[in-house]
Design a protein around this ligand. Structure first.
Ligand code: TYM
Length: 331
Protein backbone atom coordinates (compact mmCIF):
# COMPACT_ATOMS: atom_id res chain seq x y z
CA UNK A 1 0.00 0.00 0.00
CA UNK A 2 1.45 3.38 -0.98
CA UNK A 3 1.90 6.06 1.68
CA UNK A 4 -0.02 9.28 1.01
CA UNK A 5 0.57 12.70 2.58
CA UNK A 6 -1.41 15.91 2.18
CA UNK A 7 -1.94 19.13 4.08
CA UNK A 8 -4.15 22.16 4.48
CA UNK A 9 -3.43 25.52 6.11
CA UNK A 10 -5.63 26.28 9.14
CA UNK A 11 -6.09 29.89 8.01
CA UNK A 12 -9.87 29.88 7.68
CA UNK A 13 -12.79 27.56 7.20
CA UNK A 14 -12.15 25.19 4.27
CA UNK A 15 -14.03 26.31 1.17
CA UNK A 16 -15.56 24.46 -1.76
CA UNK A 17 -12.25 24.60 -3.69
CA UNK A 18 -10.42 22.85 -0.84
CA UNK A 19 -13.18 20.26 -0.81
CA UNK A 20 -13.28 19.54 -4.55
CA UNK A 21 -9.54 19.98 -5.16
CA UNK A 22 -8.37 18.03 -2.12
CA UNK A 23 -10.53 16.88 0.81
CA UNK A 24 -13.07 14.89 -1.22
CA UNK A 25 -10.23 12.99 -2.87
CA UNK A 26 -8.46 12.43 0.47
CA UNK A 27 -11.60 10.69 1.71
CA UNK A 28 -11.81 8.47 -1.39
CA UNK A 29 -8.09 7.61 -1.38
CA UNK A 30 -8.28 6.32 2.20
CA UNK A 31 -9.61 3.05 0.80
CA UNK A 32 -6.32 1.95 -0.74
CA UNK A 33 -3.57 4.13 0.76
CA UNK A 34 -1.87 4.57 4.09
CA UNK A 35 -2.83 8.21 4.71
CA UNK A 36 -1.29 11.04 6.71
CA UNK A 37 -3.25 14.32 6.77
CA UNK A 38 -1.77 17.44 8.29
CA UNK A 39 -3.03 20.84 9.42
CA UNK A 40 -0.01 22.88 8.46
CA UNK A 41 0.04 25.54 11.18
CA UNK A 42 3.74 26.29 10.57
CA UNK A 43 2.90 27.18 6.97
CA UNK A 44 -0.04 29.27 8.22
CA UNK A 45 2.24 31.64 10.17
CA UNK A 46 4.22 32.58 7.06
CA UNK A 47 1.65 35.39 7.10
CA UNK A 48 0.69 36.76 10.54
CA UNK A 49 -2.12 34.94 12.32
CA UNK A 50 -3.94 35.99 15.46
CA UNK A 51 -2.87 33.29 17.97
CA UNK A 52 -6.35 32.69 19.41
CA UNK A 53 -7.86 32.51 15.92
CA UNK A 54 -5.15 30.11 14.72
CA UNK A 55 -5.89 27.77 17.63
CA UNK A 56 -9.63 27.98 16.98
CA UNK A 57 -9.26 27.41 13.24
CA UNK A 58 -7.03 24.40 13.79
CA UNK A 59 -9.85 22.82 15.78
CA UNK A 60 -12.51 23.95 13.30
CA UNK A 61 -10.61 22.40 10.40
CA UNK A 62 -10.17 19.20 12.35
CA UNK A 63 -13.95 19.13 12.76
CA UNK A 64 -14.53 19.75 9.04
CA UNK A 65 -12.12 16.98 8.06
CA UNK A 66 -13.70 14.47 10.43
CA UNK A 67 -17.17 15.51 9.27
CA UNK A 68 -16.07 15.05 5.63
CA UNK A 69 -15.11 11.44 6.32
CA UNK A 70 -11.44 11.37 7.33
CA UNK A 71 -11.12 8.13 9.29
CA UNK A 72 -8.73 8.60 12.22
CA UNK A 73 -9.10 4.99 13.32
CA UNK A 74 -7.30 3.84 10.17
CA UNK A 75 -5.33 6.97 9.20
CA UNK A 76 -3.41 9.85 10.79
CA UNK A 77 -4.59 13.46 11.27
CA UNK A 78 -2.46 15.95 13.23
CA UNK A 79 -1.12 19.50 13.33
CA UNK A 80 2.34 20.04 11.86
CA UNK A 81 3.94 21.98 14.73
CA UNK A 82 3.34 19.04 17.10
CA UNK A 83 5.91 16.93 15.21
CA UNK A 84 9.29 18.68 15.33
CA UNK A 85 10.72 16.44 12.58
CA UNK A 86 9.02 18.76 10.05
CA UNK A 87 10.99 21.80 11.23
CA UNK A 88 14.28 19.88 11.36
CA UNK A 89 13.95 18.48 7.84
CA UNK A 90 12.60 21.82 6.63
CA UNK A 91 15.87 23.48 7.67
CA UNK A 92 17.93 20.80 5.93
CA UNK A 93 15.90 21.35 2.76
CA UNK A 94 16.47 25.13 3.02
CA UNK A 95 20.12 24.21 2.62
CA UNK A 96 19.48 21.79 -0.26
CA UNK A 97 17.09 23.93 -2.36
CA UNK A 98 18.68 26.63 -4.51
CA UNK A 99 17.59 30.27 -4.38
CA UNK A 100 17.07 30.14 -8.14
CA UNK A 101 14.54 27.34 -7.71
CA UNK A 102 12.55 29.31 -5.13
CA UNK A 103 12.66 32.42 -7.33
CA UNK A 104 10.62 30.52 -9.90
CA UNK A 105 7.72 29.69 -7.54
CA UNK A 106 4.63 31.38 -8.96
CA UNK A 107 2.67 31.10 -5.71
CA UNK A 108 5.26 33.22 -3.88
CA UNK A 109 5.15 35.79 -6.68
CA UNK A 110 1.32 35.86 -6.50
CA UNK A 111 1.20 36.13 -2.71
CA UNK A 112 4.04 38.61 -2.30
CA UNK A 113 2.97 40.80 -5.23
CA UNK A 114 5.12 43.88 -5.86
CA UNK A 115 6.10 44.28 -2.22
CA UNK A 116 8.38 41.22 -2.00
CA UNK A 117 10.80 42.74 0.50
CA UNK A 118 8.13 43.21 3.16
CA UNK A 119 7.08 39.57 3.34
CA UNK A 120 8.42 37.01 5.80
CA UNK A 121 11.43 34.90 4.91
CA UNK A 122 9.15 31.99 5.85
CA UNK A 123 6.84 32.75 2.92
CA UNK A 124 9.84 32.50 0.59
CA UNK A 125 11.05 29.12 1.87
CA UNK A 126 7.48 27.82 2.27
CA UNK A 127 7.94 25.13 -0.46
CA UNK A 128 11.02 23.70 1.31
CA UNK A 129 8.92 23.02 4.41
CA UNK A 130 6.25 21.48 2.21
CA UNK A 131 8.86 19.12 0.73
CA UNK A 132 9.92 18.27 4.29
CA UNK A 133 6.30 17.49 5.26
CA UNK A 134 6.14 14.85 2.56
CA UNK A 135 9.67 13.47 2.79
CA UNK A 136 9.58 13.13 6.60
CA UNK A 137 7.26 10.19 5.87
CA UNK A 138 8.83 9.15 2.53
CA UNK A 139 5.30 9.51 1.13
CA UNK A 140 4.98 8.89 -2.61
CA UNK A 141 1.41 10.03 -3.30
CA UNK A 142 0.23 13.62 -2.72
CA UNK A 143 -3.35 14.56 -3.64
CA UNK A 144 -3.64 18.35 -4.17
CA UNK A 145 -5.39 21.00 -6.23
CA UNK A 146 -3.75 22.44 -9.33
CA UNK A 147 -2.08 25.35 -7.48
CA UNK A 148 0.31 22.99 -5.64
CA UNK A 149 1.70 21.28 -8.74
CA UNK A 150 4.81 23.43 -8.97
CA UNK A 151 5.58 22.88 -5.28
CA UNK A 152 5.52 19.13 -5.82
CA UNK A 153 7.89 19.40 -8.78
CA UNK A 154 10.21 21.31 -6.46
CA UNK A 155 9.80 18.56 -3.84
CA UNK A 156 11.12 16.06 -6.38
CA UNK A 157 14.05 18.35 -7.26
CA UNK A 158 14.96 18.71 -3.57
CA UNK A 159 14.70 14.96 -2.92
CA UNK A 160 16.88 14.24 -5.96
CA UNK A 161 19.50 16.82 -5.00
CA UNK A 162 19.65 15.50 -1.43
CA UNK A 163 20.18 11.98 -2.76
CA UNK A 164 22.86 13.21 -5.17
CA UNK A 165 24.67 15.41 -2.62
CA UNK A 166 24.88 12.65 -0.01
CA UNK A 167 25.32 9.71 -2.38
CA UNK A 168 22.19 7.81 -1.39
CA UNK A 169 18.80 6.81 -2.72
CA UNK A 170 17.24 7.89 0.56
CA UNK A 171 14.25 10.01 -0.49
CA UNK A 172 11.66 8.80 -3.05
CA UNK A 173 10.02 10.77 -5.86
CA UNK A 174 6.40 11.84 -5.33
CA UNK A 175 3.41 11.67 -7.61
CA UNK A 176 0.96 14.61 -7.54
CA UNK A 177 -2.64 13.40 -7.74
CA UNK A 178 -4.60 16.26 -9.26
CA UNK A 179 -8.29 15.60 -9.95
CA UNK A 180 -9.34 15.85 -13.62
CA UNK A 181 -12.23 18.15 -12.63
CA UNK A 182 -12.48 20.62 -9.72
CA UNK A 183 -8.72 21.08 -9.36
CA UNK A 184 -9.11 24.86 -9.70
CA UNK A 185 -12.38 26.23 -8.37
CA UNK A 186 -12.64 29.97 -8.99
CA UNK A 187 -14.04 32.84 -6.89
CA UNK A 188 -17.80 33.45 -7.13
CA UNK A 189 -17.08 37.18 -7.52
CA UNK A 190 -14.35 36.95 -10.17
CA UNK A 191 -13.95 33.92 -12.43
CA UNK A 192 -10.28 34.70 -13.07
CA UNK A 193 -9.31 34.45 -9.37
CA UNK A 194 -8.94 31.25 -7.35
CA UNK A 195 -11.54 30.59 -4.66
CA UNK A 196 -9.63 31.06 -1.41
CA UNK A 197 -10.31 30.82 2.32
CA UNK A 198 -8.30 34.02 2.83
CA UNK A 199 -10.17 36.17 0.27
CA UNK A 200 -11.48 39.26 2.14
CA UNK A 201 -14.94 38.77 0.58
CA UNK A 202 -16.92 35.91 2.17
CA UNK A 203 -19.26 36.20 -0.86
CA UNK A 204 -16.43 34.90 -3.06
CA UNK A 205 -16.50 31.40 -1.56
CA UNK A 206 -18.75 28.69 -0.19
CA UNK A 207 -17.49 27.59 3.19
CA UNK A 208 -17.87 24.04 4.42
CA UNK A 209 -19.88 25.34 7.38
CA UNK A 210 -22.37 27.42 5.33
CA UNK A 211 -26.02 26.49 5.79
CA UNK A 212 -28.47 26.00 2.93
CA UNK A 213 -29.66 29.65 2.99
CA UNK A 214 -26.12 31.04 2.88
CA UNK A 215 -25.21 28.72 -0.01
CA UNK A 216 -28.34 29.65 -2.01
CA UNK A 217 -27.76 33.36 -1.45
CA UNK A 218 -24.07 33.23 -2.43
CA UNK A 219 -24.86 31.29 -5.60
CA UNK A 220 -27.73 33.62 -6.47
CA UNK A 221 -25.40 36.61 -6.16
CA UNK A 222 -22.48 34.90 -7.94
CA UNK A 223 -21.16 36.97 -10.84
CA UNK A 224 -22.28 35.86 -14.31
CA UNK A 225 -22.51 37.44 -17.74
CA UNK A 226 -25.72 38.29 -19.57
CA UNK A 227 -25.63 35.55 -22.24
CA UNK A 228 -27.57 32.28 -21.82
CA UNK A 229 -25.51 29.16 -21.10
CA UNK A 230 -23.91 27.68 -24.24
CA UNK A 231 -24.86 24.20 -25.45
CA UNK A 232 -21.25 23.16 -26.06
CA UNK A 233 -18.04 23.41 -24.11
CA UNK A 234 -16.35 25.62 -26.72
CA UNK A 235 -18.98 28.27 -25.89
CA UNK A 236 -17.44 28.66 -22.40
CA UNK A 237 -14.29 30.21 -23.81
CA UNK A 238 -13.74 33.71 -22.40
CA UNK A 239 -16.65 33.17 -19.98
CA UNK A 240 -14.73 32.32 -16.78
CA UNK A 241 -17.69 32.75 -14.40
CA UNK A 242 -19.98 30.54 -16.48
CA UNK A 243 -17.23 27.93 -16.84
CA UNK A 244 -16.62 27.93 -13.10
CA UNK A 245 -20.27 27.42 -12.13
CA UNK A 246 -20.79 24.70 -14.72
CA UNK A 247 -17.60 22.93 -13.61
CA UNK A 248 -18.69 23.01 -9.95
CA UNK A 249 -22.04 21.53 -10.94
CA UNK A 250 -20.42 18.83 -13.09
CA UNK A 251 -17.84 17.89 -10.43
CA UNK A 252 -20.36 17.62 -7.61
CA UNK A 253 -22.86 15.65 -9.65
CA UNK A 254 -20.25 13.31 -11.15
CA UNK A 255 -21.02 14.41 -14.71
CA UNK A 256 -19.00 15.93 -17.53
CA UNK A 257 -19.20 19.62 -18.44
CA UNK A 258 -20.51 18.61 -21.90
CA UNK A 259 -23.30 16.62 -20.30
CA UNK A 260 -24.32 19.51 -18.03
CA UNK A 261 -24.35 21.93 -20.98
CA UNK A 262 -26.47 19.51 -23.01
CA UNK A 263 -29.07 19.85 -20.25
CA UNK A 264 -28.85 23.58 -19.44
CA UNK A 265 -27.53 25.07 -22.73
CA UNK A 266 -29.72 27.86 -24.12
CA UNK A 267 -31.23 28.66 -20.69
CA UNK A 268 -30.51 31.72 -18.57
CA UNK A 269 -28.57 31.48 -15.31
CA UNK A 270 -31.69 31.60 -13.08
CA UNK A 271 -32.82 27.96 -13.29
CA UNK A 272 -29.22 26.73 -13.50
CA UNK A 273 -28.29 28.56 -10.29
CA UNK A 274 -31.24 26.95 -8.49
CA UNK A 275 -30.12 23.50 -9.63
CA UNK A 276 -26.53 24.32 -8.68
CA UNK A 277 -27.59 25.40 -5.16
CA UNK A 278 -29.35 22.07 -4.76
CA UNK A 279 -26.26 19.98 -5.58
CA UNK A 280 -23.97 22.17 -3.45
CA UNK A 281 -26.35 22.01 -0.46
CA UNK A 282 -26.68 18.23 -0.84
CA UNK A 283 -22.88 17.90 -0.61
CA UNK A 284 -22.13 20.52 2.06
CA UNK A 285 -25.10 20.53 4.39
CA UNK A 286 -24.43 17.14 6.06
CA UNK A 287 -20.77 18.13 6.56
CA UNK A 288 -21.74 21.53 8.00
CA UNK A 289 -24.17 19.94 10.45
CA UNK A 290 -21.69 17.31 11.63
CA UNK A 291 -18.98 19.98 11.94
CA UNK A 292 -21.30 22.01 14.17
CA UNK A 293 -21.83 18.98 16.40
CA UNK A 294 -18.11 18.20 16.63
CA UNK A 295 -17.22 21.79 17.48
CA UNK A 296 -19.12 21.36 20.72
CA UNK A 297 -16.49 18.76 21.70
CA UNK A 298 -13.16 20.66 21.64
CA UNK A 299 -11.63 18.15 24.09
CA UNK A 300 -12.30 15.30 21.68
CA UNK A 301 -10.83 17.31 18.77
CA UNK A 302 -7.66 18.07 20.78
CA UNK A 303 -7.30 14.41 21.77
CA UNK A 304 -7.71 13.36 18.14
CA UNK A 305 -4.88 15.67 17.03
CA UNK A 306 -2.64 14.63 19.93
CA UNK A 307 -3.11 10.95 19.14
CA UNK A 308 -2.45 11.66 15.44
CA UNK A 309 0.77 13.55 16.30
CA UNK A 310 2.01 10.65 18.43
CA UNK A 311 1.47 8.22 15.58
CA UNK A 312 2.98 10.62 12.99
CA UNK A 313 6.08 11.03 15.19
CA UNK A 314 6.78 7.29 15.26
CA UNK A 315 7.03 7.33 11.43
CA UNK A 316 8.81 10.67 10.91
CA UNK A 317 11.33 10.53 13.76
CA UNK A 318 13.46 7.59 12.48
CA UNK A 319 13.38 8.90 8.89
CA UNK A 320 14.50 12.42 9.80
CA UNK A 321 17.02 11.10 12.30
CA UNK A 322 18.59 8.96 9.57
CA UNK A 323 18.65 11.96 7.20
CA UNK A 324 20.50 13.92 9.91
CA UNK A 325 23.05 11.13 10.26
CA UNK A 326 23.51 10.98 6.49
CA UNK A 327 24.48 14.66 6.36
CA UNK A 328 26.95 14.31 9.21
CA UNK A 329 25.13 15.56 12.30
CA UNK A 330 26.78 13.93 15.33
CA UNK A 331 24.25 11.73 17.13
P1 TYM B 1 -4.15 25.17 1.07
O1 TYM B 1 -4.47 25.25 2.51
O2 TYM B 1 -4.04 26.43 0.29
O3 TYM B 1 -5.19 24.26 0.32
C1 TYM B 1 -5.44 22.92 0.70
C2 TYM B 1 -5.73 22.08 -0.54
O4 TYM B 1 -6.85 22.64 -1.25
C3 TYM B 1 -6.48 22.88 -2.61
N1 TYM B 1 -7.16 24.11 -3.08
C4 TYM B 1 -7.95 24.17 -4.14
N2 TYM B 1 -8.33 23.23 -5.04
C5 TYM B 1 -9.17 23.64 -6.04
N3 TYM B 1 -9.64 24.91 -6.16
C6 TYM B 1 -9.28 25.87 -5.28
N4 TYM B 1 -9.74 27.11 -5.40
C7 TYM B 1 -8.40 25.51 -4.21
N5 TYM B 1 -7.85 26.21 -3.18
C8 TYM B 1 -7.09 25.32 -2.50
C9 TYM B 1 -4.98 23.05 -2.60
O5 TYM B 1 -4.41 22.78 -3.86
C10 TYM B 1 -4.55 22.07 -1.53
O6 TYM B 1 -4.44 20.77 -2.08
N6 TYM B 1 0.73 24.33 0.54
C11 TYM B 1 -0.53 23.67 0.83
C12 TYM B 1 -0.54 22.90 2.15
C13 TYM B 1 0.58 21.92 2.33
C14 TYM B 1 0.72 20.67 1.67
C15 TYM B 1 1.90 20.09 2.21
C16 TYM B 1 -0.03 20.00 0.71
C17 TYM B 1 1.63 22.05 3.18
N7 TYM B 1 2.42 20.95 3.12
C18 TYM B 1 2.35 18.85 1.78
C19 TYM B 1 0.43 18.76 0.27
C20 TYM B 1 1.61 18.19 0.81
C21 TYM B 1 -1.60 24.74 0.91
O7 TYM B 1 -1.35 25.89 1.12
O8 TYM B 1 -2.83 24.27 0.85
Amino acid sequence: MQRLFSGIQPTGIPQLGNYLGAIRNWVALQRDHECIFCLVDMHAITTWQDPAVLRQQTLAQTAVLLASGIDVQKHILFNQSAVSAHARLGWIFNCVARIGWLNRMTQFKDKAGKDREKHSAGLYVYPDLMAADIMAYKATVVPVGDDQKQHLELTNDIAQKFNHDYGTEFFPQVEALIPPQGARVMSLRDGTKKMSKSDPSAQSRIEMTDDADAIASKIKRAKTDSEPLPSEESGLENRPEARNLVTIYATLSGRTVADVLAQFGGQGFGPFKTALSDVVVAAIDPIAKETGRLLKEPGFLCDTLRDGANRARTIAEPIVSEAESLIGFLK
